[in-house]
Design a protein around this ligand. Structure first.
Ligand code: PEP
Length: 253
């Protein structure tokens, strides 16, 4: 059965006190997850180790980073390498978030190299793709997302791609409060799955987890997650509120 995930991207939020409080609240919550369902928490780098320890006794929680560098080590002041992340028990890493593409000018080629080093280090990449508003308005979203997949992901072998989670995050829905409709999400997720089937094969496409991200809330999660090709969500703002996030996770059930 395909893995289902609700991942929380905490972005650059939270002082130590705030993060400890949120972690305590999440740790205390009860989830009714099946064996193929997971929660991934992606805090800022400085809290990764602490949260790894905090959730060690909670089987359903996994820890992810929000980024890694393209190189395994070296004179790259301020960067964090994928082998460092895996060495402290981080399992996932978000790669290609639209904020990284927009504010830090991460190119398709850089993202392909980040995917490679993440996989070589034993991390599971959560690869973000998705179109900006003007592309959606031109109805050109499929070609746009297909290029993102082709340029940064489709060089992988079948075995490598099996380790990757894809997150479709339309840029116009991120942090705006305006989510894609369930129909828009389903159409794009089916398109992505079909693109994988065309490049690789249908059985592999059927096994890849594809998350939806963009203004997921407790009030819309169940409808989005009920779409046949939507395997959970990548959640930004709503992942910072324990009760709201817990309700989003429960929408997987
Ligand atoms: C995100 O940052 O990946 C995201 C989806 O943000 P939000 O849920 O706040 O739209």
């Amino acid at each position: 059965m395909r893995k289902q995930i609700v991942a929380g991207n905490w972005k650059m939020h939270g002082t130590l006190d705030e993060v400890q409080l949120l972690a305590d609240q999440l740790h205390a919550a009860t989830f009714h997850l099946q064996h193929h369902q997971e929660i991934v928490i992606c805090p800022p780098f400085v809290y990764l180790m602490m949260l790894r320890e905090r959730f060690r006794d909670r089987r359903e929680f996994h820890i992810g980073a929000q980024n890694c560098y393209t190189e395994p080590s070296g004179a790259f002041t301020g960067e964090v390498a994928a082998p460092m992340l895996s060495s402290i028990g981080v399992e996932y890493v978000i790669i290609g978030h639209s904020e990284r593409r927009q504010y830090f000018h991460e190119t398709h080629d850089m993202l392909a190299r980040k995917i490679n080093i993440a996989l070589q280090s034993g991390l599971k990449p959560i690869f973000c793709c998705g179109e900006p508003l003007d592309i959606r308005q031109q109805q050109a979203q499929n070609a746009y997302v297909e290029k993102q997949l082709q340029e940064s992901l489709f060089h992988l072998s079948e075995e490598q791609l099996r380790q990757v989670v894809i997150a479709y995050e339309p840029v116009w829905a991120i942090g705006t409060g305006v989510n894609a409709t369930a129909q828009q999400a389903q159409e794009m997720h089916a398109f992505i799955r079909n693109a994988i089937a065309t490049r690789y094969h249908a059985a592999l496409a059927n096994d890849i987890t594809i998350l939806y991200g963009g203004s997921v809330k407790a009030s819309n999660a169940a409808e989005l997650f009920a779409c046949p090709d939507v395997d959970g969500g990548l959640v930004g703002g709503a992942s910072l509120k324990a009760e709201e996030f817990t309700r989003i996770v429960e929408a997987l059930a």
